[in-house]
Write a protein that binds this ligand. Structure first.
Ligand code: ZN
Length: 178
């Protein structure tokens, strides 16, 4: 079921606090697995070129720029929530253009509420979530091999040595890939 349907109900369940990596959303109450904390409100964006670090992708050309507090949901490779849409049960209905924040692991008071951003490889950045199963990158798990391969190529570039001309004069400095 959807636990919080009004701003004051949302405030009962969560608060926004500083973390080491900027703001984050924290639980104020015990939140049981299987519930939806709330529907994430925000501005629907239909421009594929629109960029905001807070945007949540909803389709190839559609994203949601969330309002606070869920604007400040941080990534974890081992999240306690998922984002989903288009869901219906006996009590609640979440439409295609809405996003529900679903609790996939029981959350205790004071715990940070996190989701897996699952970014495409082209947007991947190093991850500092600190979970035991951290992938090392904020990226969709299926695209992790792409990121690792690109990173390995970058790392190898560090080993490219440009020969300096020696005293006698080397007319043809070479690039050697070790
Ligand atoms: Zn991580």
């Amino acid at each position: 079921m959807i636990l919080a349907k009004t701003p004051s109900e949302i405030q009962r369940y969560v608060s926004v606090r500083e973390t080491e990596l900027g703001l984050g959303v924290f639980a104020r109450e015990f939140i049981d697995i299987g519930n939806t904390i709330a529907i994430v409100q925000g501005q629907l964006i239909y421009d594929p070129n629109y960029h905001s670090e807070y945007c949540i992708e909803m389709g190839p050309e559609e994203s949601l720029d969330p309002d606070p507090p869920f604007r400040y949901l941080n990534h974890s490779c081992d999240p306690n929530c998922w984002i989903y849409s288009n869901y219906e049960d006996d009590e609640d209905f979440i439409e295609e253009d809405e996003l529900g924040l679903y609790v996939c692991r029981t959350i205790y008071p004071g715990e940070e509420i996190t989701i897996d951003y699952g970014w495409p490889a082209s947007s991947a950045i190093p991850c500092r979530c600190g979970s035991d199963c951290c992938r090392g990158w904020i990226v969709n798990p299926e695209e992790l091999p792409t990121v690792l391969a690109a990173n390995e190529r970058e790392r190898q570039k560090d080993w490219i040595v440009i020969d300096q001309p020696i005293a006698s004069g080397n007319p043809n400095p070479e690039i050697i890939l070790l």
